[in-house]
Design a protein around this ligand. Sequence first.
Ligand SMILES: O=C(O)CCC(=O)C(=O)O
Ligand SMILES: [Fe+2]
Length: 330
Amino acid sequence: MSKRPRTLDAFFAPPPAKKQHIDPSPSEDGNTTTNPPLALPKTDEQPSSTHPTYPFPIPHLPPSLTSSLHPTPATSPIVLNNHPDLDILYYKPYLPPRPATALFHHLRSSLPFYRVKYSIKRGAVETSVTTPRYTTVFGLDSSAVFCPQSGRLLDARTPGKPLAPGSYRCRPRPIPDCLASLLTHTERTTGAKFNFALVNYYADGNDSIAFHSDSESFLGPDPTIASFTLGASRDFLLKHKPTPENHPSEGKAMKLVLGGGDMLLMRGGTQGAWLHSVPKRKGAGDGGGGRINITFRRALSKGGTENYYKYNVGEGGGGEVWKWDEGRGR
Ligand SMILES: O=C(O)CCC(=O)C(=O)O
Ligand SMILES: [Fe+2]
């Protein structure tokens, strides 16, 4: 806590002691998941999703916002397949401006975020890395499901069979109601199925994600990933992975300026052959405010769940939790 960089102070305030945010007595229905039954709210409170793994209850979307999230996209997508192995549908935008902005503010002030630290080993040298953006993740790979009543983990292949304690090193978190409606709409639009929501928060132009591809084996071949932008615009760069034939696209990056409400549906060979990044930006290029990115993905095996929690929440259920304070604007 004491070593927090100034830039973090400017954007987030850590929530009061973690315990204050945990609902210690799950409702009679058990801990809520994305599915009903949900914990009954106190009358003066907004209904929330709760689960023992959440550091605090996560409020549902206000009804006005839920009804403005139309199940169909605002525009027809632009097809980006004019380069080898590239297969992207670019919805510019997918969500109209007003609901996109409202969703940005709701998610920023409702979700628990982490600044994950991990170490990488190159040969004998171990380096400590802090992820250069805020992250959080919800979901569970397709080998298991959350019990809708108790919130516990069940074996997906044997209906009703609880998983043995310690089946996962991490503690998977159900997708909260406030992300579930967008996920369901996206599934309907795209025909894809998703069981994970990864969320990045880029507080300003100093936050970034380096060139990488999401071609993890636990997503299976040619994974479909839906990637939403909410809030500020940022550059999104794409470049082909190096190939032995000195591919014409190699080294040259394509730039998309992603704005609030936009969605990229990356599919086919895109992850296998292309790298993408959101580089740091200074001055006007920093988008002029915070940006949320949500990716919906489908992990097929336990390794996916372990990986996503390790790098987006942190080992041991995460370290310091960051929560946006709407009143103080930080
Ligand atoms: O913020 C973005 O648009 C990209 C995020 C991303 O590539 C990722 O989370 O894997
Ligand atoms: Fe990515």
